[in-house]
Design a protein. Sequence first.
Length: 505
Amino acid sequence: MKKRYDVIIIGAGIIGSMVARFLSKYKLDILLIDKEVDVGMGTSSANSAAIHAGYDAIPGSNKALTNVMGVEMWPQVSRELGINYDRCGDYVVAVNDQELLVLEELLARGVENGVPGLQIIDGDEMRRREPKIRPDVVGALWAPTGGIGDPFAATIAAAENAVMNGVDLKLNTAFEEFLIEDNKITGVRTSQGDFESRWVVNAAGLYADEVMHKAGVRPEFNIQPRRGEYLILDKADFQLTSTTILFPSPSTKGKGILVASTLHGNVIVGPNANFVESKQNKDVTKEGIEEIWSGGHKLVPGINHRHIIAEFAGLRATGNAPSPNPAVDYNQDFIIEIPDDVQGLVNLGGIESPGFTAAPAIAVKVIELLEEAGEALEERPDWNPIRVPRPVFRHLDREEQAALIAKDPAYGRIVCRCETVTEGEIRAEIHAPIPADTYDALKRRTWLGTGRCQGGFDMPRVVAILSEELGLPSEAITKKGQGSELLFRRTKDVEQDHLTVEDLL
Ligand SMILES: Cc1cc2nc3c(=O)[nH]c(=O)nc-3n(C[C@H](O)[C@H](O)[C@H](O)COP(=O)(O)OP(=O)(O)OC[C@H]3O[C@@H](n4cnc5c(N)ncnc54)[C@H](O)[C@@H]3O)c2cc1C
């Protein structure tokens, strides 16, 4: 048996990382585990990045409550964690009278949920605000508190702030079983051994159903992954007139295919919403691309196939927890509870959209649940909510850039030309409190390899830097952990073995 903790959190996505960060405020020994090689490799790295205003969710649901509370919290959370967030507002666009009625419904629902500032504007006003919108728009719901976040940075920053405040983070550590005595959870069995704990928080995202079943909780609850595919447009080719999010009128399938800005300057188109069998099926399909392209093009006719530089898919953890309104079946609710069946479990399940928006509020709800369960939480006087971000070269002015290069010449060497990422930034992330030791970990932190060339130019140099800093041979450097090595073998070895070109094909 290894170290004894007060709380173990399973899953270091945005939910587990925010829970760890907010709980680190108290005098508790906390362990955050994830089965992957880095934090934020699950659904938190593949979504629309919208901070939803809160007019979608059914009034009274956990989704509605944590969504609206999350929106209120994001300005402070992003300031404290040193991450970008733009409260640019969003629009739901109507193109006929029936859709105008849907806007009225959303407005009423938003008012009931406590969303401030909602307003229906007419087609002329919508065209004035975003001239690239389809010309036959007849009206739009304007939500000034909607916004855009950076789920990659948010997850990493929350986990990093938790670690700065004493949380132990163990990656490559998969939860396997609960240790249970007299119907009380006493710890967890993982791929790295057993850990004792008084509380366990289930924040396992797509796998939250399997985790809760192992504690005998909600055997009827199942998560069926609902895939959303996306396209990313080249920022040099296409921009919206201003930073914003454009949603179509929603359908029974969900919020619909949006066209939106990202905080990195690209336009994103997607997602669709299709159930898939496997929790690993993040394929982007021909049919999917056609579906999202048609949706996006209907909303903003100026987008062009030639603007596409990348595609990806994410999986919503859609569960069958009862909804406050069973008629709206896409709106099943978040599970946020301490179940009666077993002692010592905080159970979070079915955290699909708007889970990113709601994450800080869900963390606060976890604290409230622990207090209600009799946990005497005492604040740590030395808790530091501030995470100072590391320099991002492209965000600095000329003078600041020159000063940084004078201090460390590695900031004067550009490794990723499309996104202007320097060697200094890469080396700093490799030695950060949560070290970035794979290509994708560096990509999520610095944004290298995300531009027009999609890693074509930077990758060999990044592998060399990783190899040097980690003291590993280049062949050991991976894209995203074991099994994703980027280099097969040295060319010299190939010559020695007298392989022919045909052998390599
Ligand atoms: C297509 C799409 C669009 C979305 N758009 C938005 C949006 O615009 N705005 C918004 O607010 N929300 C959006 N969401 C929802 C949001 O992305 C999720 O609610 C959020 O990322 C869920 O975070 P999580 O931490 O619960 O899950 P995850 O990020 O998946 O984290 C769970 C973690 O648990 C780990 N784990 C699982 N099993 C184990 C185990 N056995 N042992 C150890 N670790 C384990 C995983 O490796 C993973 O890191 C969208 C989701 C999708 C798919």
